[in-house]
Design a protein around this ligand. Structure first.
Ligand code: KG4
Ligand code: ZN
Length: 336
């Protein structure tokens, strides 16, 4: 089964071809980061318009790369939510119109399910069940994953998402959007323990997170200490986020009794987080899995893959042309 994946939930237009027999055949992403940079964040209306410009050329590009034609497609998977309504509508309209014209199903995919399953596109890939740490610009969640469509929320952020905290902290340290990679780079030259920063909710007894207080603590210190403190504050912020994400992930593994941890979403690209989780895994004897580096941030491959897995497991395409800007992953239907 050959599936075209369409991702347009935020500021990346992603297209990809996934074949259930042959794997990932082609993928292309256009990032709008440069366009939004001068505004310090994503401008929804500009994002929608840019998706319109990119979606058809990128579809042509992945088909050409794989040496395939529209007629070879068996289904089209698209991100139905969560995300920016206007941006989602572009991908949803394109996918539904094309599927209708070709007489094939359009499969609605939850963006976070795409992220969650993306480590299955790497080798080696994890077996079910596993604990997933989902850390993106919009979400920070720990989930128990028993199979495709079987997701149980263990804990989540009560305020900012981890990626959002990276972006906001980077901005107050004078770095360009998106802040995660820029802050990681600035942190390289800093001492993580020069300033005392909080580890919010690390010992709260549950699996929830909070990052807004940490950002405020950095803001206060940045005002007080000035320019020379920037590198140390970046390093300190990153170390605090890593401590909390690692601490809660270990707690989730202990509580569920599972021995596999899967990390997904943009913040999963962070090297300090990976180094820490790899070290903990070695020491504590569990396995940790990441998506291939190119598939950490938003892309069409994870959407094509999630759509294909849903079809293979007999989960019906819901056939409704709609978008869901707000949509809880735990609401997803499990295979019967
Ligand atoms: O998953 P993603 O591409 O988009 C969403 O669905 O949100 O995640 C983007 C987020 C941004 O907040 C970005 O700053 C963060 O991931 N990010 C990072 C790194 N690379 C991307 N955060 C920390 N370190 C990184 N290397
Ligand atoms: Zn994402």
């Amino acid at each position: 089964m050959l599936v075209l994946g369409v991702e347009s939930s935020c500021d990346e237009t992603g297209l990809a071809l996934f074949d259930t027999g042959r794997g990932l055949l082609a993928q292309a992403v256009h990032s709008q980061v440069a366009m939004h940079a001068e505004y310090g964040g994503v401008v929804p209306e500009l994002a929608s318009r840019d998706h319109i410009r990119r979606v058809i050329p990128l579809t042509r590009r992945v088909l050409a790369e794989a040496g395939l034609a529209l007629g070879d497609l068996d289904a089209i998977a698209y991100t139905q939510g969560p995300g920016l309504a206007g941006a989602l509508l572009v991908g949803a309209s394109f996918a539904n119109a094309l599927a209708l014209a070709l007489g094939i199903p359009a499969i609605a995919v939850h963006h976070l399910e795409g992220h969650l399953l993306s480590p299955l596109l790497a080798t080696p890939s994890p077996d079910f069940p596993f604990v997933a740490l989902l850390v993106s610009g919009g979400h920070t969640q720990l989930m128990r994953v028993d199979g495709v469509g079987c997701y149980q929320l263990l804990g989540e952020t009560v305020d900012d998402a981890a990626g959002e905290a990276f972006d906001k902290t980077a901005q107050l340290l004078g770095l360009a959007y998106p802040g995660g990679p820029a802050l990681e780079k600035l942190a390289e030259g800093g001492e993580p323990y020069r300033y005392k920063l909080p580890r919010p909710m690390l010992h709260s007894g549950d699996l929830d997170f909070s990052f807004s207080g940490l950002k405020t603590a950095v803001l206060m210190l940045a005002r007080k200490e000035g320019e020379s403190a920037r590198g140390h504050l970046a390093a300190g912020f990153q170390a605090a986020v890593v401590d909390v994400l690692a601490g809660k992930s270990l707690k989730a593994l202990r509580e569920t009794g599972l021995r596999r941890l899967v990390v997904a979403g943009g913040v999963g690209a962070n090297h300090a987080l990976r180094a820490r989780l790899d070290a903990e895994a070695k020491q504590q004897g569990f396995a940790v899995f990441y998506p291939p580096p190119a598939l950490c941030t938003d892309n069409g491959a994870m959407i094509a893959y999630a759509g294909a897995r849903r079809r293979v497991h007999g989960i019906p395409a819901d056939g409704r042309f709609t978008v869901r800007p707000r949509w809880e992953l735990a609401e997803l239907a499990a295979p019967r």
